[in-house]
Write a protein that binds this ligand. Structure first.
Ligand SMILES: Cc1cc2nc3c(=O)[nH]c(=O)nc-3n(C[C@H](O)[C@H](O)[C@H](O)COP(=O)(O)OP(=O)(O)OC[C@H]3O[C@@H](n4cnc5c(N)ncnc54)[C@H](O)[C@@H]3O)c2cc1C
Ligand code: FES
Length: 367
């Protein structure tokens, strides 16, 4: 199941730049299926900590499906804990505890024309998408890649080689702050305006993403052709036997909320929370799961896990988007959301780990 963690062997550590390392993992022979992934997805790593036991951090895969090994690329964060720990401590032969791939920052079709914007370490998922699209797709790829200076360009040689190999299908536009200054909206618009029909993917520092996403919105790229991945640190720990934890929480909930309690509870004015159990229909990997007993005070994810549904998740805190699904009918309220923007919400995207029902019937899909 997608929720189990695995000990992965480190095959190699590659110094990409002065402050970025790639960690190459062996694909576990007994869990090849669990580690199947889409380009643009991420792994969640358990970084040992003498303060908290584990610091969980997500790292996008810079390898691409079909590669012999899994590779993540980690850039040091100033005063950061996990990124510096990885860069300073991880060696070939070590093992790290890892959650299988998650995430929705993936192209719907590798044959689409792609307009990719990466800033600094944001190149990681973009690299995976670029390689997949070139090797397995038929479209054109335009990559705009912003960095502080030439020395901080991760994958410079690999990109040069790809540009040579794929000729006109790949255009790489390097943007160096040391030469051109910080990327400004007018400049990004000048590039993006040439590719109004392409599928856009954006990943990088917050200011870069805000600039580019604003430009794409201004150029009326529709929501389904405008994707962004935000790099944030998880505050909690999604490791451990989370499914059992979910079941245990659900049991505590049920013990505390006997049906008659729920029926007696008066509805607060303006509180849309349904008073009884809710009907949920959710589609995942071609199967539709239907239940009539979703308790209104339980997040959707916990209810599905309790039912044995292999619903995807990572952080369970509303800040990674691994659990995102699309509402087809009804409504939910989210307790916490660090990751979905207004357009995602308008598009019906919700976070399963934060979703509580506000209607008596909720239908959705993870597709
Ligand atoms: C989907 C996704 C994909 C990502 N992909 C990438 C990627 O490809 N490459 C990349 O470089 N980054 C990526 N990130 C960002 C990455 O997950 C981290 O946020 C980043 O590396 C910074 O983490 P950090 O611990 O170094 O820094 P911070 O999170 O800033 O470190 C400080 C935090 O660590 C805590 N802390 C300090 N000391 C300890 C200790 N001893 N034990 C426990 N906690 C401590 C502090 O309380 C503070 O909260 C991604 C994030 C997401 C969500
Ligand atoms: S599991 Fe990370 S946002 Fe829901």
């Amino acid at each position: 199941m997608a929720t189990e963690s695995f000990e992965l062997k480190v095959l190699d550590v590659i110094e990409e730049t002065a402050d970025a390392r790639s960690v190459v993992f062996e694909i576990p022979a007994d869990a090849r299926e669990a580690f199947d992934y889409q380009p643009g997805q991420f792994l969640t790593l358990a970084i040992p900590s003498d303060q908290t036991g584990v610091a969980a951090r997500c790292y996008s895969l810079s390898s691409t499906p079909g590669d012999d090994a899994l590779k993540v690329t980690v850039k040091r964060t100033s005063d950061g804990y996990a990124s510096n720990w990885i860069c300073d401590n991880v060696r070939a032969g070590d093992t790290l505890r890892v959650l299988p791939p998650s995430g929705i920052f993936t192209p719907a079709s590798l044959d689409a024309d792609l307009l990719l914007f990466a800033g600094g370490s944001g190149i990681t998922p973009i690299m995976s998408i670029t390689k997949a699209a070139l090797a397995r797709g038929t479209g054109r790829v335009v990559l705009v890649y912003a960095n502080r200076d030439e020395q901080s360009v991760i994958f410079a040689a690999e990109l040069r080689a790809l540009a040579e190999q794929y000729g006109e299908r790949l255009v790489v536009i390097h943007w160096l702050e040391s030469v051109q200054g910080l990327p400004a909206p007018d400049q990004m618009r000048g590039i993006a305006a040439h590719f109004p029909t392409y599928d856009a993917f954006v990943c990088g520092p917050p200011a870069f993403m805000k600039c580019v996403v604003g430009v794409l919105k201004g150029l009326e790229f529709p929501r389904e052709r405008r994707h962004q991945e935000k790099f944030v640190s998880l505050a909690g720990n999604p490791f451990g036997d989370v499914e059992e934890a979910a079941v245990a929480e659900a049991e505590v909930f049920e013990a505390e909320h006997e049906p008659e309690d729920a029926a007696q509870e008066p509805a607060a004015a303006g509180d849309p929370t349904p008073q009884g159990a809710v009907r949920v229909e959710i589609e995942l990997d071609g199967t539709t799961y239907e239940y009539d007993d979703w308790p209104a005070t339980k997040p959707l994810l916990d209810h599905l896990l309790k039912k044995g549904v292999p619903a995807p998740f990572s952080c369970r805190e509303g800040n990674c988007s691994a659990c995102a699904f699309r509402l087809l009918e009804g409504e939910v309220k989210m307790e916490h959301n660090d990751i979905l923007d207004e357009d995602d919400l308008a598009d019906g995207i919700r976070l399963g780990c934060q979703a509580y029902p506000v209607t008596d019937v909720v239908k959705g899909t993870y597709s």
